[in-house]
Design a protein around this ligand. Structure first.
Ligand SMILES: *Cc1c(COP(=O)(O)O)cnc(C)c1O
Length: 405
C-alpha cells in the first residue's frame, strides 16, 4: 500500500477539485476582445500541435553527437534578422538582463533620460541595470538627447580612467514623446566608439514585411525593425518572441557574433534558457518568416484580415443569433506595443452584459463590456472558432431554464 494512497471516500471531492482547478489551468480560450497581443491571454496567439514524444533538443540528428539547442534555431533566427548570430532566452526582460550582465557588469552603460522606461510588470530599465551589475550613466534629457550627450558621457568615463561598456537604446514601446523632441539615430550612436545595443522590445523583424503580400502596412511606419536597426549600425538587438514577432514567450538576442557568444557563455544564460516547447515554437515561427508564410503566423494572419471578411463572418454569426447585431469596431495591437495604433475591425454586439456567461463556455470566450452591452471583435478570433462564438452567444442569451433554477 503506497504511503500516499487516497481513501476512497476522498475521491469524489478530489474529482470535484480537479474539475474546478481544470478551468483555472492553462487552457485554450477564444479572444473576442480585439486586442491582438492581449497580455492576460498570452500575447501572440500560438498554433502548434503537440504529440507525446522526445525531441532532438540537444542532439544533432545527422551526426548523432550532442548538439546545442541554440545552434540550429539561432542560425535560422540570425538569417531572419540579418545578423551574424542569435540566441533565444526566456523573454526580452531576460535578454536585457543577460546582455547587461555579460557586456556591462562593473562598467558604465549610457542610456538617454528619455528612455529610462517601465515596460509593465515592474520591468524598469534602471532597476534591471542595477541587478545586472552595470552602472547606469544617464545622458541627455527626457525629451531631447543628442549625439554630443553620448560622446560627453564617453569622454567623462575616459577622464575617470574608465570606459563605457556600451550605449543602450531602449524602444519606448508603450508611450510616445511628442513635441519638442530629439534623439540620436543609431547610425550616429555607432560613432561613439562603443557597442550600440538596442532593446527593441516589440520585435518587428523587417520594416519591408516580406512575409506579407503587398506593401508594408502603414501602421508600422514608425515602428523600428530588427533588420534595419542592425543594418543602421547597432551591434546587438534584443526583442520579445510574443509581441510583433508573433511567437511564444521568448527573448531573442541577435547581432555581432562575438557579443552574442559572450552572452551565451555568461553563467546567467543557463538560468534564462528556454525549454524544448519554446525552442520548437520559435523555430517554427522563424521558418514561416524565412519562407515568407506570414499567413501561417497567427498574429500576422489576424492583423491582415480585411474588414470585409470580418464583416461577412459577423453577418454569418448574427444570422444564427437572435438579438446580435453586426457592428464596426476598433481593434488594437496591445501587449505594450504601438500605443496610438488602431485597426478598423468588425464584430457583434448584444444589448446585455453576457461576459460572465461567455467566460463559462466550454472554451471560455473573452469579450468586452461596453455601455452595458457586450462587444465581440472578430479580428482576434480564428475563423474556425466562429461556430463557437455563435453557440456561446446563443446559450448566453437564452432565457434561464426553469428546470435548473
Ligand atoms: C516588452 C518589452 C520588454 C520586456 O519584454 P518581455 O518579453 O515581456 O520580457 C523589454 N523591453 C522593451 C523595450 C519592451 O517593449
Amino acid at each position: 500500500m503506497a504511503r500516499h494512497a487516497i481513501a476512497t471516500d476522498q475521491v469524489d471531492s478530489i474529482d470535484d477539485l480537479a474539475e474546478q482547478r481544470k478551468r483555472q489551468m492553462l487552457t485554450s480560450v477564444i479572444n473576442a476582445t480585439g486586442v491582438l497581443l492581449h497580455t492576460n491571454l498570452g500575447r501572440a496567439p500560438l498554433s502548434f500541435s503537440q504529440t507525446a514524444s522526445y525531441s532532438n533538443l540537444e542532439l544533432n540528428v545527422e551526426t548523432g553527437q550532442r548538439g546545442s539547442r541554440q545552434q540550429t534555431i539561432g542560425s535560422l533566427l540570425a538569417t531572419a534578422c540579418g545578423a551574424e548570430a542569435a540566441i533565444v532566452v526566456n523573454n526580452c526582460a531576460s535578454a536585457v538582463l543577460l546582455t547587461l550582465a555579460a557586456l556591462g557588469a562593473g562598467r558604465g552603460v549610457a542610456v538617454s533620460r528619455g528612455e529610462m522606461v517601465e515596460i509593465g510588470g515592474g520591468f524598469r530599465i534602471p532597476d534591471v541595470m542595477r541587478q545586472s551589475g552595470a552602472r547606469l550613466v544617464e545622458v541627455g534629457t527626457t525629451n531631447r538627447s543628442r549625439l554630443s550627450d553620448y560622446t560627453s558621457a564617453a569622454d567623462a568615463e575616459k577622464e575617470a580612467g574608465k570606459e563605457l561598456a556600451m550605449v543602450l537604446k531602449v524602444h519606448r514601446s508603450n508611450y510616445k514623446v511628442i513635441g519638442f523632441t530629439e534623439e540620436a539615430p543609431i547610425a550616429e550612436l555607432a560613432t561613439v566608439g562603443v557597442p550600440v545595443v538596442v532593446d527593441l522590445g516589440s520585435g518587428l523583424l523587417d520594416a519591408a514585411c516580406p512575409w506579407l503580400d503587398g506593401v508594408p502596412p502603414s501602421w508600422l511606419s514608425e515602428e523600428p525593425a530588427v533588420r534595419q536597426t542592425l543594418d543602421g549600425g547597432a551591434d546587438l538587438v534584443m526583442f520579445s518572441g510574443d509581441k510583433l514577432f508573433g511567437g511564444p514567450q521568448a527573448g531573442i538576442i541577435a547581432g555581432r557574433a562575438d557579443l552574442v557568444e559572450r552572452c551565451a557563455k555568461h553563467p546567467l544564460a543557463r538560468a534564462v534558457r528556454p525549454g524544448s516547447l519554446v525552442m520548437a515554437a520559435v523555430g517554427e515561427t522563424t521558418l514561416a518568416y524565412l519562407e515568407r508564410r506570414g499567413a501561417d503566423i497567427p498574429f500576422w494572419a489576424m492583423v491582415s484580415t480585411t474588414v470585409e471578411t470580418l464583416t461577412a463572418r459577423a453577418e454569418a454569426i448574427a444570422a444564427e443569433v437572435p438579438g446580435a447585431k453586426v457592428i464596426g469596431t476598433e481593434a488594437v495591437p496591445g501587449g505594450g506595443t504601438l500605443p496610438t495604433v488602431t485597426f478598423p475591425s468588425a464584430g457583434l454586439r448584444v444589448g446585455r452584459d453576457v461576459t460572465t456567461a461567455l467566460r463559462a463556455a466550454a472554451r471560455p470566450i473573452i469579450a468586452r463590456v461596453e455601455e452595458g452591452g457586450t462587444t465581440l471583435d472578430l479580428r482576434t478570433v480564428h475563423p474556425d472558432d466562429d461556430p463557437m462564438i455563435a453557440a456561446g452567444l446563443r446559450s448566453a442569451l437564452a432565457p434561464p431554464d426553469p428546470e435548473n433554477t
